[in-house]
Design a protein around this ligand. Structure first.
Ligand SMILES: Nc1ncnc2c1ncn2[C@@H]1O[C@H](COP(=O)(O)OP(=O)(O)OP(=O)(O)O)[C@@H](O)[C@H]1O
Ligand SMILES: [Mg+2]
Length: 259
């Protein structure tokens, strides 16, 4: 119970937030109880779940500052079975607060330890960087989903991410815990562009069975949904991207059942 998955890639705009909210929505439709943790200052996941950034005072970053606990900031979204620990933009003093903490890599991990039992899946939307916040996300996670955009230079930066994952795996060994690469997700494939398929082959050659069978197509409905602050799976349930995210959710569940 309570499988914690980080959606991480320090490269910007590869589909982390889109994956976090649509996977959450699709898993919730399969009757799972979901917690989304928004760890990005851009607070995109918070907005995309229809939560007005002006409607709350404290955010996940205040948890890092030890000012509040999860219970104080938890928001029940409009979507059935999805709760959100929201992020806020313009929060000062986070890095300093984290650096000053001797337990700095385990802050999120320790808060989630009991809390995750209330959920079937906890999805963490990571920021586009490999700093303390992402390390906290990875340490708190059982697995990481790496979205990779099917475009030129897709592999760029993946070595750095894999190194960070290895470092976190070593940190977690202390608690006899592990962090797996749960899956590599190919995103925004434009079927009209042949180089996209070359990227698909390149990633499959490197990551082999780690690559999810589901590939998310580039689909304008997906970005339109972001504009309206909704997962595409609700905005346009029959769109290609929506159908793909539903398929992805089934793959995620099946990997979980296989252990
Ligand atoms: N399958 C898709 N088809 C078309 N547009 C998409 C698709 N997936 C994501 N997008 C759009 O691409 C942009 C980047 O996506 P997203 O915000 O999910 O990436 P990200 O990795 O979270 O970015 P950041 O690193 O800035 O947090 C957004 O405008 C989103 O609406
Ligand atoms: Mg994002």
């Amino acid at each position: 119970m309570g499988l914690v998955l980080s959606i991480a890639n320090q490269k910007g705009g590869v589909g982390k937030t889109t994956t976090a909210i649509n996977l959450a929505s699709s898993l919730a439709n399969l009757r799972n109880k979901i917690l989304i943790i928004d760890l990005d200052y851009q607070a995109n996941a918070t907005s995309c779940m229809g939560i007005d950034r002006g409607s709350f005072q404290k955010s996940i970053f205040d948890v890092f500052k030890k000012e509040v606990g999860f219970e104080d900031i938890l928001i029940k979204s409009h979507h059935r079975n999805i709760d959100v620990l929201p992020a806020k933009t313009m929060v000062e003093g986070i890095e300093e607060a984290i650096i000053g903490d001797t337990n700095r890599d385990f802050i999120l991990h320790d808060h989630l330890h009991k809390f995750k039992e209330n959920y079937d899946y906890v999805l963490i939307d990571c920021p586009p960087s490999l700093g303390y916040i992402t390390t906290n996300a990875l340490v708190a996670s059982d697995g990481v989903i790496v979205p990779v955009q099917c475009e030129f230079l897709a592999m760029d930066g993946l070595t750095q991410l894999l190194n960070t994952i290895r470092i976190v795996q070593n940190k977690k060994k202390v608690n006899k815990e592990d962090l797996t690469i749960y899956g590599v997700l190919l995103t925004m494939l434009d079927k009209r562009v042949t180089s996209g398929f070359q990227i698909v082959n390149e990633i499959k050659t490197y990551f082999k069975e780690k690559v999810f069978k589901t590939i998310i197509p580039r689909n304008i409905t997906c970005s339109n949904a972001t504009f309206y602050g909704m997962p595409v799976t609700q905005f346009s349930p029959r769109s290609k991207s929506s159908i793909s995210y539903k398929k992805l959710a089934k793959e995620v569940v099946s990997r979980n059942e296989q252990g």
